[in-house]
Design a binder for this molecule. Structure first.
Ligand code: 2HA
Ligand code: ZN
Length: 258
């Protein structure tokens, strides 16, 4: 196993967990993180999982066959992750038919309650040969607040607004976010809708709940959320003065993409 690479990924997870907590986006046990770490294991090493109890996946995913995912545990608090990461993380090894998984270390705590979404999205990322390997779900307050306003509840309207509030948002999140209407979290319905949306956008915004971002690394996923949230904050700050924000014009936004 590439132990140094695994340590680097765990340290990115703990750094990001601290950032999420400091941003005020991780109340109680809000949020979850996963990374596809299959590439860190050789074929023989993945046999290390042989004597461990086997659990069914909520839905079978053929592209997840033999994949190894590092995920946060159900109920874990982002602010606690830094203290003893392995109390709040587990490694899942999916079987060759993509129907069951083994969990290491074996413990009572199950993987994140958002496991259906993490599985569906990792499956889609493999299927579409995406370079993204990391997923971050968090309750980014500013972005959730936007979804409390009906007229903003569309992918097109939200992206136009968020891009127009800061040039870096357009530069670094040029594909924007995909909006998903409210659904109970942890269900296969929201999992499938999110995986579909993330085929076209690096980020999904769940109405009245939170955000889920993909990235090549955990920090990369965090950066997209951070940029979008900053734009939302600029919008609300200007509105709170009683003024209407001017926003960047279409011409100014197009110029950035040349
Ligand atoms: O992990 O954020 O959406 C707790 C949650 C559920
Ligand atoms: Zn959530």
């Amino acid at each position: 196993m590439e132990i140094q690479s695994l340590k680097k990924i765990v340290s990115e997870i703990t750094d990001t967990a601290c950032n999420l907590w400091e941003k005020g986006w991780a109340e109680r046990n809000a949020g979850n993180i996963s990374v596809n770490i299959t590439g860190l294991f050789s074929a023989q090493e993945s046999e290390l999982f042989t004597d461990i109890a086997i659990h069914p996946l909520p839905v079978s995913y053929s592209s997840l066959a033999d994949q190894i995912l590092l995920v946060t545990s159900a109920g874990s608090r982002m602010r606690d992750l830094v203290k003893n990461p392995w109390d709040h993380l587990c490694i899942l090894k999916i079987n060759t038919s993509g129907t069951h998984f083994k969990q290491w270390p074996e413990k009572d705590q199950e993987p994140t309650s958002e496991l259906p979404t993490h599985l569906a999205v990792h499956d889609m990322l493999i299927r579409t040969k995406s370079a993204a390997k990391a997923l971050v779900h968090t309750h980014a307050t500013e972005l959730i607040a936007l979804t409390q306003i009906k007229e903003f509840c569309s992918t097109e309207t939200l992206n136009r607004l968020l891009w127009s509030m800061h040039p870096e948002t357009k530069l670094f999140v040029p594909k924007g976010l995909g909006f998903i209407f409210y659904e109970i979290s942890g269900t296969s319905g929201i999992a499938e809708a999110t995986a579909k949306t993330l085929e076209d956008h690096p980020v999904a915004l769940w109405e009245k709940h939170g955000i889920l971002a993909t990235g090549t690394t955990v920090k990369d996923a965090f950066d997209s959320i951070d940029l979008l949230a900053k734009s939302a904050r600029i919008y609300f700050m200007v509105k709170s003065t009683g003024y209407e924000p001017d926003g960047l014009t279409d011409g100014q936004l197009n110029e950035l993409m040349r």
